[in-house]
Design a protein around this ligand. Sequence first.
Ligand code: ADP
Length: 257
Amino acid sequence: LTANPIRTTTQGPYPYGVLVMVEDVTQIRKLENIRRDFVSNVTHELRTPLTSIQGFVEALREGAMEDPATARRFLEIIEIEAERLNTLIADILSLGEIETMGREKVLRIIPVEEVAREVMDLLEQKAEDKGIELVLEVQEGVRPYPCNPDRIKQLLINLVDNGIKYTEQGRVTLRLKEGFKALRIEVEDTGIGIGEEHLPRLFERFYRVDRGRSRNMGGTGLGLSIVKHIAELYKGSVRVESTPGKGTTFKVKLPRS
Ligand code: ADP
């Protein structure tokens, strides 16, 4: 709490007045801490691939170039790390944009089913490469939804892509349902699942259950926090149910206003 005595120019019997301003700074401090953590996380996340790129360039310069097979391998790593930087920057920008928007402005009434099909087509190859089946289930009676199609597409991509990334075998199902005054989206997988102790922090920026695994999968740790922010942009919510070793289901509710 802060108290600021301020000198005033009242005409009353007393030449001075004391104005006490009481302000709750705990919330401000909390936001400051979140911002500071975010900046330090971003710096760390950007530095990791950069350091790796610098290391491999140096190794090439110091002789690795002489052996064509080694040179090819190192160049491939440099390419992967550069791609990681690219994805990370795209996710950071996207999160920043969504976070600073009060409300979604560009609204079109779209058949979500079409966007869902596009997402399935986009990720079909990735799933096929891992031998995972991709299924789209659209319940009868699902009505078009007023939204920015790019935003909903990003939400669906992040969830289905995660389903594929964290599933070794089986199926990833994207389900569209018409709920009570809300569109409901479910993404269910038969993957590795998530331990209960991780669930409360799952939607935090840069939170990962297994950092190494996420990195190998090309993850940035921002996907779910982007999903949460998009849902909230539409006054909606997202929750998760998971059983380790069995699979995970993300449930998004987007109200119809
Ligand atoms: P990442 O880029 O690491 O995938 P996300 O924000 O999308 O970041 O997800 C955060 C973490 O949540 C992941 O690192 C992973 O540990 C876990 N996770 C997300 N989706 C799933 C899923 N479908 N199955 C198992 N774990 C998941």
